[in-house]
Design a protein around this ligand. Structure first.
Ligand SMILES: [Mg+2]
Length: 269
């Protein structure tokens, strides 16, 4: 019996999803990962990390595309005559654009904003708690600026309004705010599917464990919610496909839920 190749693409968050929240290991993901690779199903990382941080992780996949900085930058491998990987900015805003916007702010707002570009490596280490090499990788940004804010809410609203007028947005993270172009992980996936001319009959799967994954899980055929180690729950607004919850946290849940989905899809081929 000849088995039909599955027409499927997997998009995955990393921290707390493919990677264990504590150890950063992914051994538990191997069973489903092996199956996906045997079936030549592309797996695409969609992460808040920078490309430099991603490089350092040495993931066992990544030859198709890599989506970094919460969907603000996409790296596509060299194709045809290209010698080097190509970088794309689905929002149209590069780090340079964002830093120029920061420089153009009225002086009171400018003083209140302390971004990675303003900080020395030592300061990034202090504020993030990252060791030196990791802080250096986090500082190599392509399309988003984490920053600390030292003024009040009214001034932050002024900043938001000025940003919006330039097609930029302020997102609230944990400790840091992030100044980025318009878009997100879902937007980057849409860009990838259009840019690569992915046929409409190819099914899409996304896996994620955090609120910043909600729109990504909503925009695919199968959105797989990985239970969050911190127990924080989040809603998925008007999903376009089916939403499933993995039976376990991290890479174990990643593998179990993808195995189950692959079993189901094989039966229906
Ligand atoms: Mg995560």
């Amino acid at each position: 019996m000849v088995s039909m190749p599955l027409k499927l693409i997997v998009f995955t968050d990393l921290d707390g999803t493919f990677l264990d929240h504590h150890s950063y290991g992914y051994e538990a993901a191997m069973p489903a990962l092996q199956r996906l690779q045997d079936d030549q199903i592309p797996i695409i990382a969609v992460t808040s990390k920078t490309l430099a941080e991603l490089d350092h992780l040495n993931l066992p996949f990544g030859g198709v595309a890599r989506i970094t900085e919460n969907g603000m930058a996409i790296e596509m491998p060299a194709q045809g005559d290209q010698k080097i990987a190509q970088h794309h900015y689905p929002s149209g805003k590069t780090y340079r654009d964002i830093c120029q916007f920061v420089q153009s702010l009225p002086s009171d707002l400018r003083r209140a904003l302390n971004g990675f570009n303003d900080m020395t490596l030592q300061e990034v280490m202090q504020h993030t708690g990252l060791p030196e090499e990791n802080a250096a990788r986090a500082k190599q940004r392509m399309a988003s600026e984490p920053f600390l804010w030292s003024s009040d809410k009214a001034a932050l609203q002024q900043l938001r309004d000025l940003a919006a007028a330039q097609d930029l947005q302020i997102l609230q993270g944990g400790r840091f705010y992030h100044l980025t172009g318009l878009g997100g992980k879902d937007h980057a996936i849409g860009w990838f599917l259009r840019h690569q001319k992915i046929a409409p009959d190819v099914k899409t799967v996304a896996l994620g464990d955090g609120p910043n994954d909600a729109l990504m899980l909503a925009c695919v055929d199968y959105g797989i919610k990985i239970p969050n180690a911190s127990g924080a729950s989040f809603d998925i607004p008007s999903p376009q496909g089916r939403i499933m919850t993995a039976p376990a946290e991290g890479p174990q849940g990643w593998s179990d839920s993808l195995n189950k989905l692959l079993d189901e899809m094989k039966l229906s081929v």
